[in-house]
Design a protein around this ligand. Structure first.
Ligand code: PLP
Length: 393
């Protein structure tokens, strides 16, 4: 298959990112010459084991964590499931989970299915958000109860980029002996994270959101936090996750974390400025366009804009003709005509929720690309609106 990446403008980095060339280069030997099993006693495997240890150190460094606190998994979804199910098994008498209405399906659907699978023995409090997508700390504190096993709140939302005060939330949970998990899949690599400065017990991340390949994730488990594995099997990951390690992807993730540490400043200056130029240009040029989510308390790369009275899917198809890649809602919900659960929780009106587009940039985007998108979008939206029975100038 030949994917011509040069003919596209990729602004869908919250869906997935390009594997950095340095990451690919670091991975290649582990598909060919260096195929030893990291658990083997011989030197051929042992040297691969040392590379896995090095990658663990690189991930730990980015998070301000200890290498022993890093457990490699297959993806962000597995990390989320592992954290929540571990807490529920640790405290079998506690049958309550606190989370939010805007979590990624990796947490949202897990909680919904837990309820169903166990004849509703488990119940979940799903906290609402304000119009700007932020959470109210008072209602969070009120929701924590004696029978709460774990609170799980994402660090940053994948659709709007809104950042939640998870460090403060973890502190409140700890005061009541409740475990705290954060899905930081969208936050890691984009904003600074230092696990030495907080009391979060579990943190999930996913390689493909930070220029490592798909199919590799991490669950951070704070030293001393009780832990029950999700995948029982061999003694890999110190008995915390069975299954022979995905060595090449682990090496790639380690390299990606090292790069992310170095690129974080650029993400928060140049990428933020590009995002702001794109956003301000679109809001100024397209009538009835609205920013979804808090303007400041947000990831530097994400902009979610509703173009009222047009269908997000139709906008995406027209953008596609120019090679512009973005998302309507989250990648996992696009394809369905249901408006995004995140925008619904924020009370975004139906006519605006349907026409929402998420632009998510990365360090690989350029100002020329932003300028190109700014020249095309007003024309796309106005052509679609002419066809809309609901649109009036
Ligand atoms: N959590 C969030 C916030 C996400 O954005 C995603 C992916 O979009 C996931 C979890 C799932 O990660 P993975 O695709 O690695 O399972």
């Amino acid at each position: 298959m030949n994917c011509d990446k040069n003919s596209i403008i990729y602004m869908d980095n919250n869906a997935t990112t390009r594997v950095a060339p340095e990451v690919l280069e670091a991975m290649l030997p582990f598909f060919s010459d260096c195929y030893g099993n990291p658990s083997s006693m011989h030197n051929f495997g042992g040297q691969v084991g040392r590379v896995v240890a090095e990658a663990r150190g690189q991930v730990a460094e980015l998070l301000g964590a200890e290498p022993e606190e890093i457990v490699f998994t297959s993806c962000g979804t597995e990390s989320d499931s592992t954290a929540l199910l571990s807490a529920l098994q640790t405290f079998p008498e506690k049958r309550h989970i606190v989370t939010t209405k805007v979590e990624h399906p990796a947490v949202k659907n897990l909680c919904e299915n837990l309820g169903k699978l166990t004849g509703h023995q488990y119940h979940t409090t799903r906290l609402g958000v304000a119009e700007d997508g932020t959470l109210n700390l008072d209602s969070y504190c009120e929701s924590l109860a004696d029978n709460t096993a774990i609170a799980s709140v994402m660090w940053a939302n994948n659709e709007t980029g809104v950042i939640f005060p998870v460090e403060e939330m973890a502190r409140f949970a700890k005061e009541q002996g409740i475990l705290f998990h954060t899905d930081a899949v969208q936050a890691v690599g984009k904003i600074p994270i230092n696990m030495k400065n907080n009391q979060i017990d579990f943190l999930s991340l996913s390689g493909h959101k930070l220029h490592a390949p798909k199919g590799i994730g991490v669950l951070y488990v704070r030293k001393g936090t009780p832990f029950v594995p999700f995948l029982h099997g061999g003694h890999q990951e110190k008995g915390r996750r069975g299954g022979t390690e995905n060595v090449a992807s682990i090496v790639g993730l380690g390299k990606a974390c090292e790069l992310a540490g170095r690129m974080m400043a650029e993400e928060n200056t140049r990428v933020r400025a590009l995002r702001d130029k794109l956003e301000q240009g679109l809001l100024a040029a397209v009538p009835k366009s609205i920013l979804n989510g808090h303007a400041e308390q947000r990831l530097p790369n994400t902009s979610n804009i509703s173009f009222e009275y047009v269908e997000g899917e139709a906008i995406l198809l027209h953008m596609n003709l120019y090679g512009i890649c973005a998302s309507s809602g989250s990648a996992c919900t696009s394809g369905s005509l249901e408006p995004s659960h995140v925008l619904r929780a924020m009370g975004v009106p139906f006519t605006a929720a349907h026409g929402s587009i998420r632009f998510s940039l990365s360090v690989y985007n350029t100002e020329e690309e932003v300028d190109f998108v700014l020249t095309k979008m007003p024309e796309i939206i106005s052509n679609l609106r002419i066809m809309s029975p609901f649109w009036q100038e």
